[in-house]
Design a protein around this ligand. Sequence first.
Ligand code: DX5
Ligand code: ZN
Length: 214
Amino acid sequence: MIKVAPSILSADFGKMGEAVQLIEKWGADIVHCDVMDGVYVPNITFGMPMVKALRKYTTQELDVHLMITRPEKYVGQFCDAGADWVTFHPEASEDVEGALAKIKSKGVKCGLVVNADQPFDIVEPYLDKIDMLLIMTVQAGFGGQSFKEDCLEKARRGYEIKKAKGYKYDIEIDGGVSPSNIAVCKEAGATIVVAGSSVFKAEDPAAAVKAMQI
Ligand code: DX5
Ligand code: ZN
């Protein structure tokens, strides 16, 4: 069954502790934390202190998505702050293998992200080293954007390689995901989906979560 990871980017930033408790109450599976530095993406959200603060409010897994330049400098600190997963964009890093190794050395699950404007090739050399392949179906930087279905081609490619090589990585689809497109995400090989606005802006967030746990 697909796991649903609501993104706190769409939550009330003035009540973030409450937001992660709601995520659990709604029956979701993972908390998706979007870290943005204003350099790799044209937006700024939060950093290690927020992850450290939220760690005390939930026992659910914290899935930290780093949209930052030179992530290798910070992955260790996000692990120490309490992240269960740390993913980053390889083209923003000058030491992809070092960053992946650092995350693993902390006993945390590691992953790489393919942004909407990036080719699948940027992650291909590392597929044997990751626990998660994150495929963006919007251009990183903002919540509430429209789902780019053509990006699913990259998820399908990741799924084919995973089957052919016997890799075990999760495939997470991130951006514009909702009950209306969950079926195509599943068909493309998704094991986890991120859902920000389709959950936090829903009439009935618990029902929206349930509709995506297919
Ligand atoms: C965008 C983030 C996504 C975003 C998803 O840069 O990585 O996780 O918050 O939000 P929705 O589901 O509203 O597109
Ligand atoms: Zn994200």
